[in-house]
Design a protein around this ligand. Structure first.
Ligand SMILES: *Cc1c(COP(=O)(O)O)cnc(C)c1O
Length: 425
């Protein structure tokens, strides 16, 4: 703790809030953020030498845990081959072919460097394809920090947006419409009024950036139908769910399919890679094939491309998703029981595949942000610090989800439950 405190004091002098991404500052849970020095498998090691079992996993990318041996081998080999070409190379081709072969809705793909960039570019394609300006998003879905989607519901008319950040010009979000999740009738109504103006309906098919808000299948399917009937492009933002829930991601859970999909996180195997993908006719609008400009100096960099491909191949060849989901279910069931035995405040753990979210027990499934109890943030902060003190690292915010990896094996689970019991006692 001592070294982290010193480093945080120094960091605050040179970086806003001492961090390079806000949640890392512990502002949501209080206290001083831990500075980590190294990581391996399911473990993090801080600058004081303390070990933690990690359920944040860099907010999702590390589905095989930290520095999986096989992936590390590929990364080392790549580092001694090339770092960046800014030219054509076979590595991005191999990753693109693998994904196109794997996911029926992906006919063509373009790699970028982050999830934010992927979504920003996908919206540009949707606008170009439709000649329309408006974009519909849902409260509680996060699509990165691009100006036009950093919005929440306004207080006025249904669909009205208000900015969720300072420094965003009204022009940037005046074409963004915002609705609540889990309510297809409001989507129907909005399309009746604005249907022929909406270029894109963007949604996280598994919203996992404001807690885990598992949607009804019928909600997702009916809004896709409404959008398509109105000539609106449907964008599935699978930056967090892609390759996490299964090889094909959330698209395989629905009869109705998206036109465009964005990826990030797992796709780069722990390195900065994002991608937008989908129907061939839409992707062929992108330069140099078409008029939609989008470029990137480090796009398709060989380290991210080869690490990403190695991770995806390993997931597929060893059928790791099913086992991972089962292990996660065992873990969350046992943890839910343990916490509820030791606490008056009863909790539930929402789970989808290897993504989980600990929250106050509620009478019905939480599907939209209004359903999250007001005391949630405070209760989570208490649990977070009890766990942290005992060597368990959860994402430092009650609105972030937890992740399980293939490195979280039975031996580590036994250790986890010893630590957790001590923490809760
Ligand atoms: C993480 C995330 C993003 C943003 O990705 P960055 O790489 O952080 O820019 C966008 N959409 C979803 C669904 C995400 O989970």
């Amino acid at each position: 703790m001592k070294n982290s405190e010193e480093l945080f004091e120094r960091a605050k002098l040179v970086a806003p809030g001492g961090v390079h991404s806000p949640v890392r500052s512990f502002s949501s849970v209080g206290g001083t953020p831990i500075f980590f020095k190294s990581a391996k498998g399911a473990h993090l090691y801080d600058v004081d030498g303390k070990e933690y079992i990690d359920f944040c996993l860099s907010f999702g990318p590390l589905i095989l845990g930290h520095r999986d041996d096989e992936i590390e081998e590929v990364v080392k080999e790549t580092v001694s081959t090339a770092w960046s070409f800014g030219a054509c190379e076979p590595y991005s081709l191999e990753l693109a072919e693998f994904i196109v072969n794997e996911i029926p809705e992906v006919e063509k793909i373009r790699f970028v460097n982050s999830g934010t960039e992927a979504v920003m570019s996908a919206l540009r394609v949707a606008r170009a394809a439709t000649g329309r300006e408006k974009v519909l998003k849902f409260d509680g879905c996060y699509h990165g920090h691009l100006d036009s989607l950093l919005v929440k519901s306004g207080s006025g008319l249904a669909g009205e947006a208000s900015s969720d950040s300072a420094g965003i010009s009204k022009n940037q979000y005046q074409d963004t419409l915002v609705l609540k999740l889990d309510d297809e009738s409001s989507v129907e109504k909005l399309f009746q009024e604005h249907g022929n103006e909406i270029a894109c309906l963007a949604i996280e098919p598994l919203p996992a950036n404001y807690g885990l808000l598992i949607q009804r299948k019928s909600f997702i399917e009916s809004i896709i139908k409404i959008a398509k009937k109105n000539g609106t492009i449907v964008l599935f933002d699978e930056v967090i769910s892609g390759f996490r829930v299964s090889m094909k991601g959330m698209t395989e859970h629905f009869e109705e399919k998206p036109d465009l999909i964005t990826y990030g996180k797992i796709i780069g195997g722990g390195f900065p890679v994002g991608a937008y993908a989908g129907r061939k006719d839409l992707m062929d609008l992108v330069a140099p094939a078409g008029p939609v400009y989008q470029a990137g100096t480090l796009s398709g960099n060989p380290i991210g491309m080869r690490a990403g491909l190695a991770v995806l191949k390993k997931l597929k060849e060893k059928h790791l998703h099913i086992e991972l989901a089962n292990k996660t279910a065992q873990f969350t069931n046992r943890l839910e029981k343990l916490i509820n035995e030791h606490s008056e405040k009863q909790i539930s753990i929402a789970r989808f595949a290897s993504i989980f979210w600990i929250h106050e027990k509620t009478n019905s499934t939480i599907r939209k942000i209004d359903d999250i109890p007001e005391t949630h943030k405070e209760n989570f902060a208490k649990l977070f610090h009890k766990f942290l003190a005992n060597g368990i690292y959860l994402a430092p915010s009650g609105y972030e989800v937890g992740f399980f990896s293939t490195a979280h094996n039975d031996r580590i689970m036994d250790r986890f439950f010893e630590k957790a019991e001590k923490a809760l006692r």
